[in-house]
Design a protein around this ligand. Structure first.
Ligand code: PLP
Length: 364
């Protein structure tokens, strides 16, 4: 059987949560598990983060489907809808499932104001988003206070917390981070309610953005959010190991090509290893020549084009390797950040992009 697997180490995720708690000590944690927990399995990850001895304080998803999946699987933690609701029907659904809603634009504010016929026990917990400079979601600095007052005046609103999002936190030299933090401070300083701004990069690099709640995503999965770094720098452990195996080994003479387009030719006699994973599994097709693959305790360079179902590595002539040898594409011993760099992308896309053909195994 084709042994292509994504092994998800839930212990590593819990360990990474403890690193978040060290970095943002005394601050509440809203774990971001959108996009199937960055490809790690939303239900399994949410369960791992609900451990009664080491639970997060809430969970954030992007949309209703994700929230319902969690509720249906019995997750009782507070759930925050980061993109709010997309229709008034969805607003009612959010209320029914006791979801916390991010209000980020005028139409949502108006929809909340127009709610009628609610039972007396409805107590909405809202997050009001400030656009502190990212220009994507959120109320402008000029309109924020008014939106806050309007929501706060509604009898069925229990609390309005305050949030914003950093645009450039992964770049520790970027002055825009300070400007955004300052804008958030200025607008929210006289308002009651918890405040939240930091994503993973904010947690690592911008302590002044921690406030009352941090919102880690990538860091929980073991990756460094800082450009050019790996999770090891922050003592994180990779949560996903993508693996397969060597299923063909063949000798090539000098000058012989390998793969589509004959894009690579052997510079001298060598052995090529064929590994059963390709872009049909989520391995990046544009990974450059030389991208490392971990086999038998060391790395070998990717050569030739990545195909849909397989890729090829240059094994050289020296090492004793046999068909069936496990190969790690990223994870233990091989940071996904490194593969992302070789592929001109970011670890987020690689983790989210593992396809359903790959078998997932969760290790408690
Ligand atoms: C509003 C918000 N907060 C936090 C996060 C978590 O970001 P990261 O994965 O960089 O920690 C995201 C993810 O995109 C987000 O959209």
């Amino acid at each position: 059987m084709r042994s292509t697997r994504a092994v998800i180490n839930l212990k590593a995720i819990r360990h990474n949560l403890s690193i978040v708690r060290q970095l943002a000590s005394g601050v509440k944690v809203m774990a971001v598990v959108k996009a199937d927990a960055y490809g790690h399995g939303i239900v399994q990850v949410a369960n791992a983060l609900s451990d009664e001895n080491n639970s997060v304080d809430s969970i954030a998803v992007s949309c209703m489907d994700e929230a319902l999946k969690l509720r249906e699987s019995g997750i009782g933690l507070p759930i925050v809808l980061l993109e709010g609701f997309f229709s008034s029907e969805e607003l009612l659904l959010a209320i029914r499932h006791n979801l916390q809603i991010v209000i980020h634009q005028q139409s949502q504010l108006e929809a909340v104001e127009k709610l009628t016929d609610l039972s007396d026990d409805v107590k909405l917990k809202l997050w009001l988003k400030l656009d502190s400079g990212m220009n994507r979601l959120g109320f402008s600095q000029a309109l924020y206070q008014d939106a806050f007052n309007r929501l706060g005046a509604l009898k069925y609103v229990e609390s309005v917390n305050l949030m914003s999002h950093l645009a450039c936190a992964d770049d520790i030299n970027n002055v825009f981070n300070r400007e955004q933090i300052e804008a958030f401070n200025n607008v929210t300083k006289s308002l009651p309610g918890d405040r939240s701004m930091a994503n993973s990069a904010g947690i690592v690099a911008w302590p002044e953005s921690h406030y009352d709640w941090v919102r880690p995503g990538l860091i929980l999965y073991g990756c460094s959010p800082l450009a050019g770094c790996t999770g090891q720098l922050h003592q994180l452990q990779p949560a996903m190991t993508l693996k397969s195996q060597l299923f063909v080994i063949r000798e090539l003479c000098k000058g012989e090509p390998v793969g589509y387009g004959s894009a690579w030719q052997a510079k001298k006699m060598t052995r090529i290893g064929v590994i059963a994973i390709g872009y049909g599994d989520g391995y990046p097709r544009h990974a450059r020549e030389g991208t490392p693959v971990w086999i038998g305790g060391k790395t070998y360079p990717l050569v030739g084009r990545v195909s849909m179902d397989m890729l090829t590595v240059d094994l050289g002539m020296e090492d004793k390797l046999e068909i069936g040898e496990p190969a790690i594409l990223w994870g233990d011993n091989l940071p996904v950040e490194t593969i992302a760099e070789f592929s001109d992308t970011i670890p987020y896309t690689l983790l989210c992009g593992v396809t359903s053909r790959v078998k997932f195994e969760w290790q408690a």
